[in-house]
Design a binder for this molecule. Structure first.
Ligand code: GLV
Length: 327
């Protein structure tokens, strides 16, 4: 009998096509919102395989109820919505979609940096409000990026592309802080490893590309912002929970740092009344890092490939908890 795959949201059709062609029985949840926990549990009970999104909370209680699942293939690179330890306890492989969205996400970080440095979102809003009256010699000046220092927190695939863009376009010096060093980036980009305090102290642009973990949660808080340059820009395209948003608002209001560019907020969605939206040197986007046709198609393809490869070869392409494969 065919294995049953539950896809928790409508995603690019290539995933369904590939899975059906490989003989899977595919159900795609048709709602235009994330499934509730009850809906997810109810549907997942009938499935062998879950193709999940970041908006599905797969916690320990979910895996206790759905320990029959044979594999979880997530349509995202981040998997902080999944209790991977619980999945591992039940020997369920968890897969994600790295690489295919790296260019798209790095583009958003790069665009936010430029936009903030020239207060572009703010100027756009001024025109909409009918406030473009005349040439202003001294108002709302930005700054130039040439020769500035880019600090990357979490120099992996996305961070490396951001660093490459910044080096190529502006000759920026690249410093980084990671849990483990990245020798490839050190050789290829001349990236210099520094401790966390040095990263805070020396970055003109500090761009976050790390995963959300117990160690990174809330790391960019009042104390961290206080160590940054008053001229610095904070960019976050990873997960909103890596920064403390109340502390970020305060740091911007007090002039502790100069600006911020966010593609992820804490919480999401951001409320329309959030003071960050009124600040001249802030640009906020609604978590669109991977929102290109190319990236989303690549994510759908890889999410399907992970499932197909697991059943055909015993090994998914990109697995997060490889220990479950050890017999
Ligand atoms: C998006 O945020 C992802 O993790 O893919």
């Amino acid at each position: 009998m065919s294995k049953k795959v539950l896809v928790t949201r409508i995603i690019p059709g290539i995933a369904e096509d590939m899975l059906k062609q490989a003989g899977f029985d595919v159900t795609v949840w048709q709602g235009d919102r994330a499934m509730t926990k009850d809906e997810l549990t109810q549907y997942a009970r009938q499935a062998n395989i879950l193709l999940s999104l970041g908006s599905n909370k797969l916690d320990r209680s979910f895996f206790e109820t759905c320990k029959h699942l044979e594999i979880v293939s997530q349509f995202a690179v981040g998997f902080d919505n999944i209790d991977v330890a619980a999945a591992t306890d039940y020997k369920i492989p968890v897969c994600n979609t790295p690489d295919v969205l790296s260019e798209a996400t790095a583009d958003v970080a790069f665009a936010l940096m430029i936009n903030v440095s020239r207060k572009m979102f703010y100027h756009h809003k001024l025109i909409q409000k009918g406030e473009w009256k005349q040439f202003e010699p001294l108002k709302n000046l930005g700054f130039e990026l040439t020769g500035k220092t880019l600090g990357i927190f979490g120099l992996g695939r996305i961070g490396s592309i951001m660093a490459q863009r910044c080096k190529g376009a502006y000759g920026m010096k690249v410093i980084y802080h990671n849990r483990t060093r990245n020798p490839k980036a050190e050789t290829e980009l001349g990236a210099q490893y520094v401790d966390f305090n040095t990263l805070l102290r020396d970055s003109d642009i500090l761009s976050v590309h790390s995963a959300l973990t117990d160690e990174t949660k809330g790391l960019f808080n009042k104390q961290a912002f206080a160590k940054m340059k008053t001229t610095a820009v904070f960019i976050n395209t990873s997960r909103g929970a890596v920064h403390n948003e109340a502390d970020l608002i305060e740091a911007l209001q007090n002039g502790t740092i100069w600006g911020a560019g966010l593609d992820v907020t804490n919480p999401e969605p951001m409320q329309a009344t959030n003071p960050l939206l009124e600040m001249s040197s802030v640009a906020v986007l609604p978590h669109i890092g991977s929102a290109t046709v190319e990236a989303r198609t690549g994510m759908a393809r890889l999410a399907a490939e992970n499932i197909i490869s697991y059943y055909q070869t015993g090994k998914p392409v990109t697995i997060v908890n490889p220990t479950v494969l050890i017999p």
